[in-house]
Design a protein around this ligand. Structure first.
Ligand code: TRP
Ligand code: SF4
Length: 402
């Protein structure tokens, strides 16, 4: 296991109920791809949900299993990714506490979501300690696995940015050893003459000329050294960049393109807009929702021509149709040669087709929730093992090992 873990991906989702097509197109399809390429950790952020829903925690407990059923139904696989619930891994909380000691209040107060969410969720009292700490809890989620990549939407990028700053501060405070340089030099020798020479050269190129490629190559070199002890590897990562040991590596945001999935009214699909198609909606309800969804208001009668650019149905054609069919819609709509139900039928078919295998898999798990609990238990065991390893290093770097 390497200390930068470029290859490790972590992401979380708050348990807020059943998932819909917006989640599927915006997040889950992406997870399903990532799980084939990276070492993935996907978790249910129940403590995060508690920061906003502490007055009605029932919503959270009602949603956890249901949400994971939707993940599994969408193709997220326990064979390829570790799936678990945040509160089953207490190390998230311990690291959050320790990071809270070194995080200036101002850093949290100026995270944009802090004020935004307080304004948006006016019906809830979010003037709490826990809510202010939300992004720092997220930092702990990420750092406790030393995740290199964090797939998030635009709204979460600031949280990953904060995580980078906190990690840097942690390493700065606790990665300094009085004899750091001497230890790094002796660690270097353990790589063998040839690699040590290469490392020194790359380090010089990075530090003297700011050569970013040299830094990348240097990191890759360290990553490939199978017989370096963890502490030595951390020293050499740090020495390469010029600082102290790197105990908590800085993660990168893996920006998920904003979901283009429109809701039934043309706004972004979201539960709060009541415009969703849930992954497990009954096919008859889905058909009904689509048949009754609004169209271009100018098409009052069948022979009034319409404008697809003013119609939410056409936005669904952007997701589900090819150019040829979109052309068919455009011509048929503007000449009133097709009716809106004709226009909607291929969308109805496409959505039902897309959801059929998902719903079938969901049924298997619905009938056997114990199977879902087992997956989460095993995921948590694996996660705890990795997280505890980090915590050992964190505790000893601070000196909490008496
Ligand atoms: N805050 C994220 C959201 O609201 C969920 C989350 C919690 C998360 N911890 C995380 C996402 C760690 C990525 C990494 O969507
Ligand atoms: Fe919308 Fe299609 Fe009706 Fe035109 S024909 S208004 S694009 S539903």
């Amino acid at each position: 296991m390497t200390s930068t873990s470029h290859n490790r991906v972590l992401s979380g989702m708050r348990p807020t109920g059943r998932l819909h097509l917006g989640h599927y197109h915006g997040v889950l399809k992406n997870w399903v791809e990532l799980q084939n390429e990276y070492e993935c950790y996907f978790f249910v952020a129940d403590w995060h949900a508690l920061t906003t829903h502490y007055e009605d925690p029932q919503v959270i407990s009602d949603s956890v299993i249901d949400m994971v059923v939707d993940w599994l139904a969408a193709g997220v696989s326990p064979a390829n990714a570790r799936l678990f619930v945040q509160s089953d891994v207490p190390a998230h909380a311990e690291l959050h506490l320790l990071l809270s000691m070194i995080t200036p209040l101002g850093w949290l107060e100026r995270v944009p979501s802090y004020k935004d969410q307080q304004e948006k969720l006016r019906e809830r009292d979010l003037a709490t300690y826990g809510f202010l700490g939300y992004p720092l809890l997220q930092s702990a989620d990420i750092l406790v696995y030393k995740a290199g990549q964090v797939p998030v939407g635009e709204d979460q990028v600031a949280h990953v940015e904060l995580t980078r700053e906190v990690a840097r501060r942690f390493n700065h405070l606790y990665g300094r050893e009085p004899d750091f340089e001497a230890r790094a030099e002796s660690a270097m020798k353990k790589m063998g003459k040839k690699n040590a020479r290469l490392y020194r050269e790359l380090r010089r190129r990075y530090q003297e000329q700011g050569d970013a490629e040299a830094l990348e190559v240097g990191r890759a070199l360290l990553e490939s050294q199978a017989n370096l002890a963890l502490g030595d590897r951390e020293r050499l990562y740090g020495y390469l960049e010029g600082g102290g040991r790197i105990i908590l590596p800085e993660p990168q945001a893996l920006l998920t393109p904003a979901s283009k999935m429109p809701g039934l009214d043309g706004q972004k699909m979201s539960k709060s807009y009541h415009n969703t198609i849930a992954l497990r909606d009954d096919p008859r309800d889905i058909e009904q929702k689509l048949r009754t969804m609004p169209t271009d208001p100018a098409r009052v009668r069948r022979n009034d021509p319409g404008d697809p650019d003013k119609c939410p149905v056409f936005q669904l054609h952007q997701v589900y149709s090819d150019d040829k069919r979109r052309q068919w819609v455009r011509e048929g709509c503007t000449s009133a040669s097709i009716g809106c139900l004709d226009c909607k039928q291929p969308i109805i078919d496409a959505v039902l087709n897309e959801l059929a295998p998902i719903q079938e898999r969901a049924r298997e798990y619905e009938e056997d929730p114990q199977q879902v609990r087992n997956i989460l238990r095993e995921g948590a065991e694996a996660a705890r093992e990795v997280a505890e390893e980090t915590m050992d290093e964190v505790r000893s770097a601070i000196g909490l090992n008496y």
